[in-house]
Design a protein around this ligand. Structure first.
Ligand code: SF4
Length: 397
């Protein structure tokens, strides 16, 4: 029957909702977020984001939403009613798969039993909890609004509410942190038995309070950073986690389906200030200013900060960059078929890097970076992209 055929052929789509509200600002944060809880602003945001979702839904009849991700900011801080309203709007505006992965980010200080029960009942099935460190002094330096014991309680509440897919975020390279402390943090957090762990090296953005520690020379140096990362990869693999991306590790098969879209060229639509989209061959970024976003949606003004149609050559360049973030790596046939460009010039560089233990091949022949290669990925990717730019298209495949 034609209707069934059409449904089967729908293109998978991810939806990202940016929630730009937090209880307080972390010392390292340069994200788009507000720390005031003005009701008018929250209502304005909610109205705008729901209107935006309804409008976009009508443009995507041939898509099936298989992942939804509420990030921020702190989605749990926005509260259950608002998150449920947005999710309901998505369901009414898009064709959402029954098995869609639906994630919300939470911080330990804004996780209540009531919120979690409601989220579970609404159909959220994955939680990403920002723990960052097991050390209370460190959490204070980072201006996190919680201590480790609150984080553990929040995690236990999440489990009690019935969530079976939980990710935790941790940061390494913190002020005065050494390798031993970092491994202890991993050890403690693994006692919680999460399905997924994201590890981020501390980035010091200009103008953020954490810069003060850099000025005092209290941020670990590059060698310590590299050791912390490589030790963490080894440690997590020894505990049954599989690295599937530079910063992400999961138990078998429980990788973030939503985030994989970013690294494998999948399509996604973003809503809320600063959210990005890659949809129907073009990439968009929405304005970062919350009030400008609300006004733009409500009065019909411009909310796009950047729009670009991506030519095939550029897509090839992105393919190299995003795929090499993952352990799935680069596939010769896929690359040549998709971009009509030869893989041989890339393979020469990959082979060369193999001799330095920076690249390797998976059993299926795909080329990937080793953990050591991830540390210098920028240079290897730049070399590969240059080779790609210089290559001539394949005229016969
Ligand atoms: S919770 Fe995240 S978005 Fe909010 S202030 Fe901290 S780092 Fe920034």
């Amino acid at each position: 029957m034609p209707i069934l055929t059409l449904k089967k052929n729908k293109t998978p789509l991810g939806i990202y909702v940016h929630v730009p509200f937090c209880r307080s600002r972390c010392a390292y944060c340069d994200f788009c977020t507000q720390t005031s809880r003005e009701d008018k602003l929250i209502d304005g945001y909610l109205d705008a984001v729901c209107d935006h979702i309804k409008e976009a839904g009508s443009l995507a009849p041939n898509y099936k939403v298989d992942t939804i991700y509420f990030g921020g900011g702190t989605p749990s801080f926005l509260g259950a009613d608002a998150l449920a309203t947005i999710l309901t709007t998505i369901r009414r505006s898009f064709d959402v798969d029954n098995n869609a992965e639906i994630t919300f980010e939470a911080n330990p200080d804004s996780v209540s039993d009531q919120l979690l029960r409601r989220m579970k009942a609404e159909g959220f099935n994955r939680v990403s909890l920002g723990i960052q460190s097991d050390n209370d002094d460190m959490l204070e330096k980072l201006n996190r609004p919680h201590n480790y014991s609150q984080a553990v309680h929040a995690y236990q509440r999440i489990r009690k509410a019935g969530f079976r897919n939980v990710s935790v975020d941790l940061i390494y390279g913190l002020p005065d942190q050494n390798n031993r402390q970092w491994l202890e943090t991993l050890e403690h957090v693994l006692e919680l038995m999460p399905e997924h762990i994201s590890l981020y090296g501390l980035e010091v953005h200009p103008g953020t309070p954490i810069e003060e520690y850099e000025r005092m020379g209290r941020i670990p140096d590059d060698d310590t950073f590299a050791d912390m990362y490589l030790n963490a990869v080894k440690f997590l693999e020894s505990r049954g986690f599989r690295q599937y991306e530079i910063s992400n590790f999961s138990r078998k098969g429980l990788y973030s389906r939503h985030n994989m879209k970013y690294w494998t060229g999948g399509e996604y639509l973003g809503f809320g200030p600063s959210a990005a989209s890659d949809f129907a061959g073009s990439r968009y970024k929405l304005v970062s200013d919350l009030r400008a976003y609300i006004n733009g949606i409500k009065v019909g003004g411009e909310v796009m900060e950047e729009i670009e149609a991506i030519p095939l050559r550029e897509r090839a360049s992105e393919y190299i960059m995003t795929r090499l973030r993952t352990t799935a790596g680069l596939n010769r046939q896929e690359y040549e078929k998709q971009f009509l460009l030869p893989f041989d010039p890339l393979e020469e560089i990959l082979e060369l890097n193999r001799s330095y233990n920076l690249t390797t091949q998976n059993p299926n022949g795909n080329w990937r970076l080793t953990p050591r290669g991830f540390m210098v990925s920028t240079k290897i990717i730049a070399d590969l992209q240059m080779a790609q730019e210089d290559s001539r298209p394949i005229t016969r495949y």
